[in-house]
Design a protein around this ligand. Structure first.
Ligand SMILES: C[S@@+](CC[C@H](N)C(=O)[O-])C[C@H]1O[C@@H](n2cnc3c(N)ncnc32)[C@H](O)[C@@H]1O
Length: 239
């Protein structure tokens, strides 16, 4: 299968936006794991005075996790799918949250610029045509020392973890998604994870993009060995 990319992927998410929240609500730990990954950014207090970027915010599940852990932060949430963003925008948000329709590759076109204190990206990177270019963009908007947390399906390399991933997709996710008319997007989901970097490779990719203190941290439950939080800090040099 050819992976969905760019406009095709945004169109698939536009369609899936109707049922996205219901599907993730059925995934045990989805919201708690997002909050855990936000805490792993290691930001002080409640985010007072901090500017945070939620890349690929979708219907706002990751934005809600940021809001919950960092209620005082100023949050900009961006996504390439107008349909996903429309679902996010109608939810009740306190002040200090704004949604922007722009692909992660073109933040400057929508005046989303630095210096930003932290970037959070949940379930985005394996969908990108050029993850290195987006890591470069992330680095350029972060202040020196600014934090990055990538929450992503990135397999451990153990055969058992890949087998669990296949079982979950074939047995639960794909049948439900097919009924909802979103079969192609959720076939893309299985393939995009199997073809994406293993956790150690993605950690190396982040390091090569100009980040330090890079760690790949596991998440509990069935996601162990399948979903990781990658935390890192932008190197201190100005370039
Ligand atoms: C699996 S959803 C995750 C949404 C949300 N972060 C969450 O945790 O529920 C991935 C999102 O990334 C968005 N996306 C994919 N490629 C993108 C890109 N190049 N730029 C911005 N958003 C993108 C999709 O439109 C979709 O809303």
């Amino acid at each position: 299968m050819t992976l969905l990319r760019d406009e095709d992927l945004a169109a698939a998410f536009d369609h899936a936006s109707r049922s996205y929240d219901a599907l993730v609500a059925a995934n045990p730990g989805y919201h708690a794991h997002l909050r855990r990954s936000v805490r792993r950014l290691g930001l002080a207090g409640h985010g007072e005075g901090l500017r945070v970027l939620d890349l690929g915010c979708g219907t706002g599940a990751s934005t809600a996790a940021l809001r919950s852990v960092l209620p005082a932060a100023d949050i900009t949430a961006v996504d390439a799918s107008a349909g996903m963003l429309a679902r996010a925008a109608v939810k009740p948000w306190a002040d200090g949250v704004r949604f922007v329709h722009v692909p992660a590759e073109h933040l400057a076109d929508a005046d989303v610029d630095g210096p930003i204190d932290a970037v959070f990206a949940a379930y985005l990177f394996r969908n990108l045509t050029d993850p290195d270019a987006v890591l470069g963009t992330v680095r350029s908007v972060l202040r020196p020392g600014g934090r990055l947390a990538v929450h992503e399906y990135s397999l451990s390399g153990r055969r058992a973890d890949r087998a669990v991933w296949t079982l979950v997709c074939r047995g639960i996710v794909r049948p439900a998604a097919t009924l909802l008319g979103d079969g192609p997007l959720y076939r893309h989901l299985w393939h995009s994870v199997v073809r994406f970097d293993r956790a150690d490779r993605f950690a190396a990719r982040i390091r090569e993009a100009g980040f330090e203190r890079v760690r790949a941290l596991p998440l509990p439950g069935w996601q162990t060995g399948i979903t990781h939080t990658f935390v890192a800090a932008r190197t201190q040099d100005a370039g």
